[in-house]
Design a binder for this molecule. Structure first.
Ligand SMILES: [Zn+2]
Ligand SMILES: [Zn+2]
Length: 403
């Protein structure tokens, strides 16, 4: 697959444009389902490249369709466009101009990288057998934007045969790509427990039912879900991340609210934790004369990388960047809504190293000082482009193909 090495050079040539796009998006971050400026920019760029565009998919999502010269399979490449409610602390010329909103998860880079890949692919349309679909989605950060776009047909017409996406990886260095076959990221659910007691004077606790004390017992008991109930060989996390109750120091409130997240890999453990969380909350509330209402919301599924597609990416990255560029990645309890896509079509999610070799400590995502080494951007564009072309070059299973 000699076209792969040529792509590295082609991507470096358009690198300054990818960096400029990333900085423009970085300076103008938008929260989930509000990515109007970003979506308009994406749609305009795609149209300039002569790519067929559908916008307003799943509110602010954009789909580009590149039809090759001859028929073949369809491969989807995906980027997310949303930012986070964080006040940026970096002092750089392209820092966020929107107070309290920041591209702290690198989705600005994902969008710019996919626009770069769009350009490389559009220029090679004559060599493509099949179709490349470009998916720019809203609201990855908890809003399940991928699911909304699936419901509005992003995987249909033409039906998608495989899907690939990437996320910046602040722990890996520029030039590295981290891969994992099989289950790679956890299922993420969330819960709210509303504890209702009886309010009263803080000096007369015997006349009240104190929901704060009930909540304290519950938080402690919920720790035993992972330590005493789930098999020690099964990964699981239960975190109570929010406790709110009361307004002052001499009033026992009537209501306390706990909120948190549950992360699991196995469907059985997921069900077990939900069922026991409900029983523990309600049992403790009843024992202490209060009531508990449990609202449990099923979130993103486990992200499952298809082993055959991971092998395809491994070969592509090896050819593009050298075999030492591929690093193995362990499973993580973080979640990712690309999992909804990989539930329906085979594919792989890769992690692109963005750490500068001179940085003594990583600059982690979801922090006010996150940043990335922009040398990774053309590499990302080359990897996605090469992966799409390599997938299409293989042709349908059993047909041999020209790869
Ligand atoms: Zn994130
Ligand atoms: Zn992210």
């Amino acid at each position: 697959m000699s076209f792969i090495r040529a792509l590295r050079e082609a991507a470096e040539e358009i690198g300054p444009g990818i960096v400029a796009d990333r900085r423009d998006i970085h300076a103008h971050p938008e929260l989930g389902y509000q990515e109007r400026r970003t979506a308009a920019m994406v749609a305009a760029r795609l149209r300039d490249l002569g790519i067929e565009v559908r916008d307003g998919v799943g509110t602010t999502g954009v789909v580009g369709v590149i039809r090759g010269r001859s028929p073949g399979r369809t491969v989807l490449l995906r980027a997310d466009m949303d930012a986070l409610p964080i006040q940026e602390e970096n002092e750089v010329p392209y820092a966020s101009r929107t107070p309290g909103v920041m591209h702290a998860c690198g989705h600005d880079a994902h969008t710019a990288i996919l626009l770069g890949a769009a350009r490389l692919l559009a220029e090679r349309r004559a060599e493509i057998a099949g179709t490349v679909k470009l998916m720019f989605q809203p609201a990855e950060e908890g809003g399940a934007g991928a699911l909304r776009m699936i419901e509005e047909g992003v995987l249909d017409d033409p039906p998608v045969d495989a899907a690939f996406g990437l996320h910046v990886d602040a722990d890996r260095y520029v030039g590295q790509v981290a891969l994992r076959a099989g289950p790679a990221m956890a299922a993420a659910d969330s819960f709210t427990i509303t504890i209702t007691g009886r309010g009263g004077h803080a000096a007369s606790p015997h006349r009240a039912v104190d929901p704060i004390v009930v909540g304290a017992q519950m938080i402690t008991a919920l720790q035993t879900l992972v330590s005493r109930e789930v098999s020690p060989t099964e990964p699981a996390v239960v975190t109570v991340a929010s406790l709110s109750a009361g307004t002052t120091d001499n009033v026992i409130p009537a209501v306390a609210t706990l909120r948190g997240t549950v992360r699991t890999f196995s469907p059985e453990v997921r069900q077990q934790v939900e069922a026991r969380l409900r029983e523990i909350a309600q049992g403790i509330a009843a024992a202490m004369r209060a009531t508990a209402e449990v609202s449990y919301r099923t979130g993103y599924p486990v992200l499952h990388n298809d082993p055959a597609q991971v092998e395809l990416v491994r070969a592509v990255v090896g050819e593009l960047l050298g075999p030492e560029a591929v690093v193995e990645r362990g499973p993580v309890m973080g979640a990712e809504d690309f999992a909804f896509i990989l539930q329906r079509v085979p594919g792989a999610y890769l992690h692109l190293g963005v750490r500068n070799a001179a940085w003594t400590v990583p600059r982690p995502v979801h922090t006010a000082t996150f940043d990335l080494d922009e040398a990774a951007l053309p590499i990302g564009a080359a990897v996605l482009t090469a992966t799409a072309l390599a997938f299409l070059a293989k042709g349908p299973p059993g047909h041999g193909g020209g790869a």
